[in-house]
Design a protein around this ligand. Structure first.
Ligand code: BGC
Ligand code: BGC
Length: 855
């Protein structure tokens, strides 16, 4: 790829889409006639779960979104026709809204189509951006975007919140996989291609075959300290521009019409010109940065499209609240994604009142509305028929069609990075193979976050018609007789096989739920307890003398020295999506008449050499200049990666230039330093829980369990459980037992349970953050399910004040009170079980087994 420009100042960008006189006259004529309320209506974007078509009409809303896991009729498997039906209802409502006006304003529908049209049943699911970064193929990127645009058009939507042009610089960040590379060169060369693929050209954008592109999240989301999601970017302005903003330069040049402001904060000097009481760095959210939004993006860079805030992000700006976004509007936000814990109606009324009080200049509102209408004009909204009448609407033959799946398969193939190969690849098609590992037959691990649901969890196989797991694809090639699929190695005998393919990987996650907190290990087997099972399996295979090809699904490079040592070949496959044929295409010898594919993927992120690395990138704070020898950039060698950016082997030709012995890499633990006696606090549920445990609901009369959803309302008999925000988004649950009883249990993700015997000491307490909204019913009990059944039940009222409360309290129950010996904790399946016999309402926050002083 060509080197990228260096910018000593924020550059003026010439967009591929320019204003015309016709556009200006058209937009101005409408704006002149609009009332204040009509203008503010354009600026509010609620989620479909919070707004009816009638309300859209009443408030004359300008746009609607469906966030991740927001579906029409709350139906994950809704068809394109179902979606169109709902889109039409809003369309008709908004047409009716202007029936008595001399003008009309069509609305826009936004969605997160970030790796294909991923929120829609049957859509093609492409690899996440991290894999595409490894492919180093801008033309492929454009074709993926084109296919995605087509699938979006099938559902009649207008705008995708893509691409993410973050340049992630710390692998702890849960959103690393949404970025193409730590290297701004790749981000720069890709961003423009995605925009061109989605919008095509100024003319095509007006047709119903293209969609609006939205570069996000402005700016520096990938550069937060410790990789904390929504955290604080500490790069100086020069690096902010040259590392973190490169995707905007090419994206806006290609004509992107929308920019989404970041949740994150920027510490840089220039941002200190906010109000005097804005002194706390954490309050200088991008969403409230007049400097970066208004002065830089709009004025200096000349961006004339619209800026949208992120999911309820105005609420994090120090001068805003959930329901008052006026400060963010003044900073330059044109559309407020007024969702989550904010009530969009209040945001609307506060903005109207803000203008009336002179708090928001009318000129700012007019500017925002002009931008919104301009973008709508450029998208041809006044000429487009209602969603169901558009050219591609309802074309079921295009959603997840063969042609798009072929592009996805190509992308998977090109994204694979071969890190090690001791003459074991390619695999023959004629010899029996054992296919194993937690991810070998798991579409959730394969597709990652932002897939049908926000987190990419809570999906089943039936949610993905036509998709193939690795096991499916291998079985097709080898024939069922020659392919033993046994994910947990429960029945197959390793000795029967010469070769195994072990597919392992991270669970899906989105946003902050994917963060690896500072101080926690970057070693795959240490991120979650349950991940240890895959490593144990690998060792079993090795001991049995089986040759192992390990395929890793992950949202980032991870410390995998031990796994690499034990593997004969090791492939980084990222989050490939629904088309696993792209993996077997390269892993196996070609079949008759098939082309021979080689590994062409090259790392777009450096691979960590330490499980405790803070900044794992080779060159953490500098504009990468890979022409300068590494030693000069990182004199202490502390950040030297195991595999550098650009590394990747092929089967033919060039082999590794590395001098390290990939059978004997040093192995160290990145777990928080612990003395032998003291275990670390075990996070069971809530803000810091890592997904090792799940919340389950049953009743006293029916022990069949329902998993409690982290995104949707869970209903069962007389009980409802809703996700709510406690310390961060959706980290808590509101439980309402209206009738009958409820049994709420924290369940180990491994059905065998976990060995928690180290917690048997006297210093451990079960700690539960709770807020009661009713009396606590008599007979409420708590217990632990260990190896030998359930402990004695304790009466909750002995530990908890029995009255409704406004604030959260932490209930602490010494583990010793449960009377379980260390042995009984060896196979703990539920570290807490709560039984509520009758009606009750409460909020459940963080739950943990806390050790010693840190209670
Ligand atoms: C919503 C998702 C949304 C996400 C954004 C969740 O609460 O359910 O639809 O995409 O928030 O952070
Ligand atoms: C994410 C955005 C996304 C939005 C809507 C936010 O939480 O940060 O990337 O577009 O939700 O779902």
């Amino acid at each position: 790829m060509k080197p990228i420009p260096y910018y000593s100042h924020w550059p003026a960008i010439t967009s591929a889409i320019q204003s015309t006189t016709e556009e200006t006259i058209f937009v101005d004529r409408i704006v002149e006639q609009m009332t204040l309320e009509e203008k503010v209506g354009q600026m509010i974007q609620p989620d479909i779960r919070d707004v009816t078509p009638t309300e859209a009409r009443e408030y004359k809303l300008g746009s609607i979104l469906n966030g991740g896991g927001g579906w029409v009729n709350d139906d994950k498997r809704a068809s394109a026709g179902d979606w169109l039906g709902l889109l039409d209802q809003y369309w008709d409502a908004l047409e009716a809204a202007y029936a008595d006006r001399p003008f009309r304003i069509p609305y826009l529908w936004g969605t997160d189509a970030v790796h294909g049209h991923n929120n829609i049943y049957r859509a093609t699911v492409f690899p996440h951006n991290i894999g595409l970064g490894a492919a180093r193929d801008p033309d492929l990127i454009r074709r993926i975007a084109e296919a995605t645009a087509t699938e979006i058009c099938v559902t009649g939507m207008d705008w995708t919140f893509a691409p993410t042009v973050a340049t992630p610089r710390n692998l702890r960040w849960g959103r690393t996989y949404e970025g193409y590379s730590e290297d701004p060169t790749i981000v720069y060369h890709y961003a423009g291609e995605v925009v061109r693929g989605l919008q095509q050209s100024a003319e095509a954008l007006k047709t119903d075959r293209a969609v609006l592109s939205n570069v996000k999240h402005w700016v520096g989301d990938g550069g937060t300290r410790h990789g904390i999601d929504r955290g604080c970017n500490h790069y100086d302005e020069d690096l902010l521009r040259n590392i973190h903003a490169m995707g905007y330069f090419s994206g806006l040049e290609a004509g992107a019409q929308i920019v989404m402001a970041s949740f994150s904060t920027w510490e840089g000097e220039a941002n200190y010109d906010h109000s005097p009481d804005d002194g706390v760095a954490f309050n200088k959210r991008l969403t409230g940065s007049r400097y970066l939004i208004n002065d830089v993006l709009k004025d200096r860079m000349g961006f004339d499209g619209l800026v949208i805030s992120d999911w309820n992000s105005h609420a994090d700006v120090s001068k805003c609240t959930d329901n008052n976004a006026n400060y963010a509007i003044n900073a330059g936000i044109d559309i407020l994604m007024a969702t989550g814990s904010s009530d969009w109606r209040q945001v609307y009324w506060n903005a109207v009142a803000g203008v009336e009080r002179g708090e928001i200049p009318m000129a700012r509102i007019d500017d925002a509305v002009r931008r919104i209408l301009r973008v709508k004009f450029r998208a041809g909204m006044w000429d487009k028929p209602k969603p169901s009448q558009r050219a591609l609407a309802g074309r079921g033959d295009l959603l997840g069609c063969e042609e798009h799946r072929a592009v996805a398969r190509e992308a998977v193939r090109k994204s694979l990075v071969l890190l090690k190969n001791k003459n074991v690849l390619p695999l023959p098609r004629t010899k029996p193979i054992l296919v194993t590992g937690s991810a070998c037959d798991d579409l959730q691990k394969q597709t990652g976050g932002w897939t049908l649901t926000w987190q990419g969890s809570e999906n089943t196989r039936e949610d993905f018609p036509g998709a193939k797991t690795f096991a499916d694809s291998a079985r097709e090639i080898l024939g069922a007789d020659h392919c033993a699929v046994d994910p947990g190695l429960a029945w197959a005998n390793p000795q029967d096989f010469d070769t195994a393919v072990l597919v392992i990987g991270e669970d899906p996650a989105a946003e902050m739920f994917g963060d690896i907190a500072p101080g926690h290990s970057l070693a795959l087997s240490e991120i979650k307890r349950k991940y240890q099972a895959d490593l144990a399996l690998l060792k079993r295979l090795k001991q049995a003398g089986v040759r192992v090809v390990t395929v890793l699904y992950s949202g980032r490079p991870l410390y995998t020295n031990e796994e690499i040592n034990h593997s004969d070949a090791f492939v980084a496959a990222w989050l490939p999506g629904t088309e696993a044929d792209g993996i077997t295409d390269v892993l196996f010898e070609p079949g008759n008449g098939q082309p021979r594919y080689d590994f062409t993927g090259r790392l777009s992120f450096s691979w960590p050499n330490r499980p405790d690395s803070e900044a794992v990138n080779a060159i953490p704070e500098h504009i990468p200049d890979y022409s300068v020898p590494e030693e000069e950039q990182d004199p202490t060698g502390e950040h030297k990666p195991l595999f550098p950016l650009g590394y990747g082997l092929s089967l033919q030709g060039e082999s590794s230039r590395l001098t390290i012995d990939l059978d004997r890499l040093p192995v160290s633990s990145g777990s928080m330093a612990k003395s032998d006696a003291v275990a670390e606090t075990l996070e069971l549920f809530g803000t810091r829980a890592n997904g090792d445990f799940n919340l389950m609901l049953s009743t006293r009369d029916d022990s069949n369990e329902t998993p409690v959803s982290s995104n949707q309302t869970t209903r069962r008999d007389g009980v409802t459980i809703v996700p709510i925000d406690y310390r961060h988004q959706q980290d808590a649950r509101r439980v309402a037992v209206e009738s009958g009883s409820a049994v709420v249990r924290v369940a180990a993700g491994d059905s065998q349970g976990y060995d928690l015997s180290e917690y048997a000491g006297p210093d451990v307490v079960l700690s539960i953050d709770i807020r009661l909204d009713s009396d606590w019913p008599a007979g409420s009990r708590v217990a632990i399910d260990g190896t030998s059944g359930t402990s004695g039940y304790l009466d909750v009222s002995n530990y908890l004040p029995n009255e409704p409360m406004n604030d959260w309290v932490t209930v602490r129950i010494p583990l010793a009170d449960f009377g379980l010996e260390a042995d009984a904790l060896r196979g703990t399946v539920s570290p807490v079980r709560l039984e509520i016999p009758s009606a009750c309402r409460f909020d459940l926050g963080d739950i943990r087994w806390a050790v010693s002083e840190q209670h």
